[in-house]
Design a binder for this molecule. Structure first.
Ligand SMILES: C[S@@+](CC[C@H](N)C(=O)[O-])C[C@H]1O[C@@H](n2cnc3c(N)ncnc32)[C@H](O)[C@@H]1O
Length: 235
């Protein structure tokens, strides 16, 4: 029996009730665009939580394995799979080694909104590269490190009445306790600069081929991208 736990275990019911309680799956056009046509592909959803990204991948035609450190979130994912079967299997495991997943066994890997929650980036990305077949793809989304750095703030533009986001302690990498994080998320997250993300992806053999910085629909999101997306191709 693994003693792997997640800081999400205690928040699992609230997280589940907020993000996708009815199990419809992730609804995000940027996700769909970056993963592309998935028919006939085997895809791993790393740090899948209660499975909203895994369900969307299955609905787009993929054969999906979801893996996460939180047994409590996985219980919600498995319940939803039982209610509406999509053929997704859910495994308990650490993204930093992906030990239950075999080398070169996936056409694609997705890690949606989770790299900031995982303490060690390099072993995580090396594990992603390990399980990908040659030429496989990796799509990830993260809170935008330039706009949502530790202690970021917001400023009202008094001429236009619009919002600007102020970068906080951008160069302070590592764990940070963020009181302003969404209340369904653990207080501690791991901040890294943009160059750390890009350089670590390159070192892992996963160079970026595409990025996206969509603007949100809330007033404060119209001027600052909250989420940074990238698609990489395994070398
Ligand atoms: C913000 S949630 C995102 C979950 C899901 N991808 C989604 O979009 O709803 C972050 C997830 O990362 C998982 N996580 C954190 N550290 C992990 C690790 N070392 N290995 C696997 N999963 C981890 C958490 O359990 C949680 O499910």
């Amino acid at each position: 029996m693994s003693n792997l736990t997640s800081s999400y275990d205690a928040l699992a019911d609230a997280y589940h009730a907020t993000v996708d309680p009815d199990g419809a799956g992730l609804n995000d056009p940027t996700f769909d665009e970056l993963v592309g046509d998935l028919r006939g592909q085997r895809v791993a959803a790393v740090a899948c939580g209660q499975g909203r990204d895994a369900r969307r991948l299955a609905d787009l035609g993929a054969d999906v394995v979801g893996i996460d450190a939180s047994e409590s979130l996985l219980a919600h994912a498995r319940d939803l799979e039982q209610q509406t079967p999509r053929g997704v299997s859910y495994l308990h495991g650490d993204a930093q080694d992906l030990a239950p997943l075999a080398d070169a066994s996936f056409d694609g890997v997705v890690c949606h909104m989770a790299l900031m929650d995982i303490p060690e980036l390099e072993p995580t990305l090396r594990s992603v590269a390990r399980i990908l077949k040659p030429g496989g793809w990796f799509v990830a989304s993260i809170t935008h490190p330039c706009y949502k750095s530790p202690a970021h703030g917001e400023l009202v533009d008094h001429v236009e009445g619009t919002y600007r986001r102020i970068s906080g302690r951008y160069f302070e990498e590592g764990p940070h306790n963020s009181a302003t994080r969404w209340e369904i998320l653990p207080r501690v997250a791991y901040h890294r600069t943009l160059s750390t993300y890009v350089n670590t992806l390159v070192v892992a053999g996963l160079p970026i081929v595409r990025m996206a910085e969509p603007l949100g629909d809330k007033p404060v999101w119209k001027e600052a991208a909250c989420i940074l997306w990238f698609r990489c191709l395994a070398q």
